[in-house]
Design a protein. Structure first.
Length: 544
């Protein structure tokens, strides 16, 4: 205990305090960095929230014991990545998130008394826009939505009002929307507004890309047309590659498909009359009969007629008689009316090219594999399979080419590919966590070697050789005595060598001899220079 106290006094209380303070600071920094990096990183819970909704969400998170942090103006909330799923279920279950939009709840707190017709119509329009925005946000891949509807009113002396229009701005995650998704959004908006047609809905995203123009009556924009072409080519290419690789092996075929797509939309109406298909529609029959009675006695008024028993005048020969019959039959000719609507996306022409590798036979002694080309019969079979798979029509102008070429590649083994995929199947979060741990390790090593170690070395050197400023020649003499004692110890110890006997020397005996020699020299120095020794002791006491 006494030796430790003496060593502590020689080292100095001030130096010890500095060393302990620096060590504590470095330890605190390392612990803070370790805790910060060791915990799960923050993940975005919700952004662009209404401040009232943000307050309700934070209250719900506090009651559930979920830690959170808000950034910006308070409309963006972050939680731990491990708890983001639980937090979203909690908030969604309570119905707290409406993304700042106003829906039909606007009518729950407002009184209709004192409101003008303009205010009522405006509130109805706001509610409809908010509900449509919420509906669009519920779709997959949509992070934000904003809907604006223009409903023109009927002006004076106008029979009908102009057609309504709409504009939709969406935030997309994971790439651009497909043509089917764009058309779905336009149909949802058009079906929710009276007299609104899908071609009157303009759809854009937050990356300033026009996905569908309001004047696009055909339903296809340039982007959707190119997307339809790429999708058709990719489907045909995958179909061909699947059937060809099933014959020649995986990786032994290269397929390219170019499709000419007709993006125009047309309507054709055709009317046909069949003269052979006659059907009686109506029938009418008319008849007439006439007689000529010019020479017939009609019994004129004579004297003989008035005498009783008198004879009537003699009859004259009868006149001519005419009879007429008329029959009318109406026939209906068979009539066929055909209306054909051709939608966009029809394939006009196909060009297919297939390159097939030959056979690779591994060598028996583990040498280089040998290559053998495909036969003409095999190429013809592959061409027939491809033509049947994609529906090649030579009358339409389709072209197909199947060639056997030698691929400039090594023959990989399936096992090696699968093993590589399984070994390096890391996610983005795993890579970021590995980078964080690597940065923590490098920071700790740098602090130890460049901050803590030099500080400890300098403090130890200062304690072993205290400064004796002002002592003059006696201080030098005392240091010389101590150095001679150290050299004597080195002489007794001897040079370092690989001898086993030298490593087993009694170190305690040697250290005792060196200490006795050093004490004797210090005592001789004090006897010869008492005043200088007193000054040195006072200086030590003052520094301690």
């Amino acid at each position: 205990m006494g030796g430790f106290t003496a060593a502590l006094q020689r080292f100095g209380i001030g130096r010890l305090t500095v060393v302990l303070g620096v060590a504590a600071g470095v330890a605190a920094v390392l612990v803070a960095v370790m805790l910060r990096i060791g915990q799960a990183p923050d993940a975005l819970l919700y952004s662009n929230l209404d401040l009232r909704e943000a307050s309700e969400i934070t209250t719900a998170l506090d009651s559930a014991g979920i830690k959170y942090s808000s950034k910006g103006d308070g409309s963006t909330i972050f939680v731990s990545r491990d708890e983001v799923g639980e937090a979203r279920l909690l908030v969604a279950g309570k119905g707290l998130v409406t993304s700042g939009s106003v829906g039909y709840e606007i009518f729950d707190t407002q009184s209709v008394l004192g409101q003008t017709e303009f205010q009522q119509n405006l509130n109805e329009k706001r509610a409809l826009e908010g509900e449509l925005a919420r509906t669009i946000m519920s779709m997959r891949g949509i992070t934000s939505a904003r809907v604006m509807i223009a409903m023109p009113s009927r002006q004076l002396f106008q029979t009908t009002a102009a057609d309504p229009t709409a504009a939709v701005v969406v935030g997309v995650s994971g790439g651009a929307l497909t043509g089917a998704q764009v058309q779905a959004i336009r149909n949802v908006v058009a079906s929710s507004v009276p007299n609104l047609k899908p071609e009157k809905v303009t759809l854009t995203d937050t990356a300033n890309r026009t996905l569908a123009a309001g004047s696009d009556s055909a339903g296809f924009s340039a982007a959707s047309a190119e997307e339809a072409k790429s999708s058709t080519e990719a489907q045909l290419q995958a179909r061909i590659k699947d059937i060809v690789e099933g014959v020649v092996g995986v990786g032994a075929a290269r397929v390219q498909v170019t499709a000419d797509i007709d993006h125009s939309r047309s309507t054709t109406q055709e009317q046909r009359f069949d003269p052979d298909g006659q059907v009686v529609r109506s029938m009418s029959m008319n008849g007439s009969e006439s007689a000529d009675t010019t020479a017939v006695n009609d019994g004129g008024a004579t004297g003989l007629n008035n005498i009783p028993g008198g004879e009537a005048p003699g009859a004259a020969p009868a006149g001519s008689t005419d009879t007429q019959n008329t029959e009318t039959t109406n026939y209906e000719i068979s009539n066929t009316t055909t209306t054909t609507v051709k939608e966009a996306g029809e394939v006009k022409k196909l060009a297919v090219s297939v390159a097939v590798d030959g056979r690779w036979t591994p060598a028996a002694n583990g040498g280089e594999p040998t290559y053998a080309p495909r036969t003409a019969d095999e190429i013809a079979q592959i061409k027939s399979l491809v033509a049947a798979a994609v529906g090649i029509d030579e009358e339409r102008g389709d072209k197909i080419e199947v060639l056997n070429v030698r691929f400039a590649r090594d023959v990989p083994t399936a096992g090696g590919v699968e093993a590589g995929n399984s070994l390096f199947n890391f996610t983005k979060n795993d890579l970021m966590r590995g980078v964080e741990l690597l940065v923590l390790l490098i920071t700790g090593i740098l602090l130890i070697f460049f901050v803590l170690r030099p500080l400890l070395k300098s403090a130890a050197g200062a304690g072993a050789q205290p400064q004796l400023a002002g002592a003059g020649a006696p201080v030098t003499a005392l240091q010389t005595s101590l150095m001679s004692g150290a050299s004597q110890m080195a002489q007794l110890t001897g040079p370092a060598g690989p001898s086993e006997m030298e490593q087993r020397l009694d170190i305690a005996r040697i250290e005792g001899q060196v200490k006795a020699s050093s004490v004797k020299k210090v005592a001789d120095f004090v006897e010869r220079h008492p005043d200088e020794s007193t000054a040195i002791l006072r200086n030590w006491v003052h520094e301690g």
